[in-house]
Design a protein around this ligand. Sequence first.
Ligand SMILES: Cc1ncc(C[n+]2csc(CCOP(=O)(O)OP(=O)(O)O)c2C)c(N)n1
Length: 367
Amino acid sequence: MFIEKIKSPQDLKSLKTEDLNVLAEELRNVIIERVSINGGHLASNLGVVELTIALHYVFNSPEDKIVWDVGHQSYSHKLLTGRFHIFHTLRKYKGLSGFPKISESPHDAFGTGHSSTSISAAIGILEARDIIKKFQISNLRFQIPNKVIAVIGDGALTSGLAFEGLNHAGHLKKDLIVILNDNEMSISPNVGALSNYLNKVLTGTFYKKFKKETKAFLEGIPKIGETVAKIAQKAEGSMKGFFLPGGLFEDLGFNYLGPIDGHDIPLLIETLNSIKDANEPTLIHVVTKKGKGYKFSEEDPCIYHGVGPFEADTGIQKEGSGVKGQGSKAEENLENLSVVHCISPLAYHEASVSMISVCGVIGNAGT
Ligand SMILES: Cc1ncc(C[n+]2csc(CCOP(=O)(O)OP(=O)(O)O)c2C)c(N)n1
C-alpha cells in the first residue's frame, strides 16, 4: 500500500500522478474502516480525498499552511501528514482528534471545530508572515509561513464570519488562496441565496443568459452585427472562461477559477500549480460529491455526515451508536427539530444546542 510508506507530504510527491488514484482508494478504505469502528465524520471526509491529495502534492506543508474550515474533513490530511500509523486512535482518549489540532501536528495550521473561521484565520497567518518579514523578526521558534490556503465548504461559506473574511481578503489583496469545496450540502442540503447562486453557477445559467443576451445585442448592430455575432460564436470556447461564473467573488476582489471537478486529480494539480504563485486573492471553485466512493454515504450523505460505529459492508449502524432508528422518542423529536434548522435560525440554534447534548450522551461524532 502506498499510504503505509507516506510519512510526510514529501513522500507523496515522489509518487507518479497515475498512482494517486490508487492512493485515493486506499485513503477511502482506511477512513471507512476506521470510522465504522470508532465513529466520526464520514461523508465530508470521503468527498475531499482527491482534493487533499492534490493540495499536498502541490503545496509544501507545513511551510505552506492549509486551514481546514470546521475541520471535520481533515482525515485524509491527517493520513498524509504522518499519522497513518496512529489513525486507529482517532477520537479515542489520548488519541488523534477528529479535527485539526495545532498541538497534534505542525501540519495542523489552525485548531477548528467551529465553522466558517478558515478565511479569517488564513488572513491572520498571512498578516503575521508579512509583519515578520517587514520587521525582519528573527529567533522565531517556528518556520515563517509561505502560502496560505483556506478550504471552506459551501455550507460554512454561508455564515457571516466567512463573509467578513472574504471582505477583508479582497481589501488586503494578499496572496490568499481559498478553495471553495462545493458539494451542495451543509450537514443537510444547503439552502439560501448563496446556495442558489452557486447552483446557478454550476448549471451554467449565467453563461447561457449572457450568451443569449450578447447574441441579441450583437445581431442588433446595423450592418456588421450578424458577422460580429458569428465571430463571437466561434470564439465561444474562449469566451466561456471569461464570462462564466464567479462574478460575485471577482467583485469581492478575488481572481476566480472554476467550477472544476474535485475528483479529477490531474486537473486539480494542474489548476493548483497554475495559481500557487499568484500574488492576489484567488478562489478556486471545486465541485465534489459528499460521501464519494461509499455506496451508503453517497446515497444519504446527511445520515453519514457524522456517525457512530456501523457495519462497513451493510452500512447498518450498530446498536447504541445513537443514530437514526436506535434512539428514544426524545432523540426522534430532536432529530425532527434539527430538520427545521434549514428555515429558522432560532430553531437551528435550539436544535444545535439540543443535538450537542444528545451527541454528548450518545457518543455520536458531533455536529
Ligand atoms: C459555528 C458553528 N455552527 C455550526 C456548526 C455545525 N456544522 C458542522 S459542519 C457544518 C457545515 C458543513 O457544510 P460544509 O461546510 O459545506 O462542509 P461539508 O460537510 O458539506 O463538506 C456546520 C454548519 C459548527 N461546526 N460551527
